[in-house]
Design a protein around this ligand. Sequence first.
Ligand SMILES: Nc1ncnc2c1ncn2[C@@H]1O[C@H](COP(=O)(O)OP(=O)(O)OP(=O)(O)O)[C@@H](O)[C@H]1O
Ligand SMILES: [Mg+2]
Length: 239
Amino acid sequence: MTHAPLLAVEGLHMMFGGLVANRDISFSVGEGQIIGLIGPNGAGKTTLFNCLAGYYRPSAGTIRFNGVAVGGQTPEEAARRGIARTFQIVRIFPEMTVLENVMVGAMLRTKKVAAARAAAENELVFIGLDHRSDVKAAQLTVSEQKRLEVARALATHPRLILLDEVMAGLTPTEVREASQMVVRIRDRGISSIIVEHVMEGIMPISNRIIVLDAGVKIAEDAPAAIARNPAVIAAYLGE
Ligand SMILES: Nc1ncnc2c1ncn2[C@@H]1O[C@H](COP(=O)(O)OP(=O)(O)OP(=O)(O)O)[C@@H](O)[C@H]1O
Ligand SMILES: [Mg+2]
């Protein structure tokens, strides 16, 4: 018997009225893989994340996680099953401290406040934000807020993490640090799908890159092959 992949998406459609934001998308993600998800603005990347994480019910198609059909799950069910995500436009709790924000994620797995605090402190060390634990989240820079969302997502003990443009607006040094962070997440056994426009951030670390254009998957290949794929180049030039 062959093992089911961690995530298997088959024929996924997501419509908004007459607009097809995702059209017949199929792909799978294995344990411990890093998958880059790229494409021009409006290609349907965030929509796909919203379907995977239970924010949208797909119009058609199946999503299997760990062998179980999960299309139409709620965000909380998705998180309980082990699918965590960050938001392209950050959704932190601005009036709560950095530590409390991460504790919200940890409370998914424990009702004990002390245990949630300890788990949150560990994730803040992992993400390099422990020196900011006690400040209000609103006081963080945007790039720190993005890292805070990664820490909150990790605190839910995911098996798959969906990262939506966590490298946007970073300096080249910060982009390298963010790439290393994704590798360290992978080294914990957590798979990731990374939506990113910052190619330097994902090309060196991704096992495969999936390319969406106008809702359609136009390519899926190793990073080097994607970089010279004529259909991909044309999609970006047409942007
Ligand atoms: N809730 C919604 N209602 C209606 N249309 C939507 C909704 N969410 C997304 N869309 C539309 O679906 C298409 C795909 O949008 P999506 O946000 O998934 O693109 P994206 O690839 O994440 O783009 P970007 O790189 O700019 O973030 C766009 O045409 C967008 O306007
Ligand atoms: Mg998006």
